[in-house]
Design a protein around this ligand. Structure first.
Ligand SMILES: Nc1ncnc2c1ncn2[C@@H]1O[C@H](COP(=O)(O)OP(=O)(O)OP(=O)(O)O)[C@@H](O)[C@H]1O
Length: 311
């Protein structure tokens, strides 16, 4: 497939008087990873549900794999794979049996080879014959994605694929997602983590209150937010003023007695800042290195924090 794998235009959805999607436009080129980034309640799952035919939008059009979701839902369902926040895994079956179920449902040939390949790829071979109820959260999510891949879908929707995973499982998941895209698969994923969108996505849309408030490559988005900086809190306004004068690019908050200094956060540059304070016999009461996170992105793009976005 070339061109767009997923397009949406003017999507609207309300539950009673609560507007959940307020005019969403999306265009996901085939063979790329697109991330919908937003806090709880932003409308990510609802968007995925509309794109995957599970929920009907009140207005707007969606095309997936060239098919209209409203008039051709069956064809869309055939072309896609969906892995949701609530795994399709049957706890009473083993990992292998869960995969076998998908093979039986999709009536594909060569099922045994596909199952063996998937178990290996997801590092589940050793636990393949244990009941899924004994799996950790990370193993369950991996099995869930493996089940989605049985039919080799060319477009895959992943709703928060790594929420709750430990760092190692998260990295395994990232590698699998990248490999899929290297094979030409298109992926739309939702995430609450800027870091995840940054690592994986070609393009990111930031969703807030049912609207896309920013869209671009991770680098474009990061350029719009305050970068990594070092934060010092001083005991007196005089110390704060001196520090502001001697440290390049520093900005002072006089009420909080806090100074923010842009820095890459590496030990060498931080040591340089501390040495400079020492030269002037300045002693900060608090010191921290701050890396931008989703809250910073939100604050910069929406004027409020993700906490406020939840309300
Ligand atoms: N079936 C429903 N009936 C009523 N309200 C709903 C329904 N589904 C979703 N909502 C509301 O729509 C809003 C967006 O929900 P959605 O699940 O799309 O957000 P999200 O960004 O995926 O958040 P999360 O990360 O928590 O899943 C929420 O306020 C939610 O309460």
């Amino acid at each position: 497939m070339t061109g767009s794998a997923i397009t949406a235009s003017g999507l609207r959805k309300a539950y009673h008087d609560k507007v959940v999607l307020d005019g969403i436009d999306l265009d996901v080129p085939a063979g790329t990873i697109f991330a919908l980034l937003g806090p709880n309640g932003a409308g990510k799952t609802t968007t995925v549900n509309v794109l995957t035919t599970l929920t009907k939008a009140d207005a707007g059009t969606v095309r997936v794999a060239g098919y209209d979701v409203a008039s051709d839902a069956k064809a869309v369902r055939k072309a896609i794979g969906v892995t949701g926040q609530f795994a399709a895994v049957d706890e009473l079956l083993t990992g292998r049996e869960n995969l076998q179920l998908m093979v039986d449902l999709s009536a594909i040939k060569d099922g045994q080879r596909i199952i063996a390949d998937l178990l290996e790829r997801f590092e589940l071979t050793e636990s393949a014959d244990q009941q899924a109820s004994t799996y950790s959260g990370g193993m369950r999510r991996k099995l869930d994605l493996a089940m989605t891949l049985v039919g080799s879908p060319r477009i895959i929707f992943l709703d928060e694929p790594t929420t709750g995973l430990d760092p190692r499982s998260r990295r395994t998941m990232w590698t699998i997602i990248r490999d899929l895209v290297a094979d030409g698969v298109t992926i739309l994923l939702t995430t609450q983590y800027l870091e995840e969108a940054d690592h994986l996505a070609h393009r990111v849309a930031v969703l807030d209150g049912g609207k896309i408030v920013a869209e671009g490559t991770p680098d474009e988005l990061k350029r719009r937010i305050p970068g990594t900086h070092v934060r010092f809190r001083f005991g007196t306004a005089a110390d704060l003023a001196t520090a502001e004068r001697i440290l390049d690019g520093a900005t002072a908050d006089e009420n909080e007695l806090v100074l923010r200094v842009p820095s890459d956060g590496r030990t060498k540059s931080v040591r340089g800042l501390l040495d400079r304070l020492d030269e002037y016999a300045l002693d900060a009461e608090e010191f921290s290195v701050h890396t931008p996170d989703l809250d910073d992105v939100f604050l910069a793009l929406t004027g409020h924090t993700t906490e406020a976005a939840k309300k």
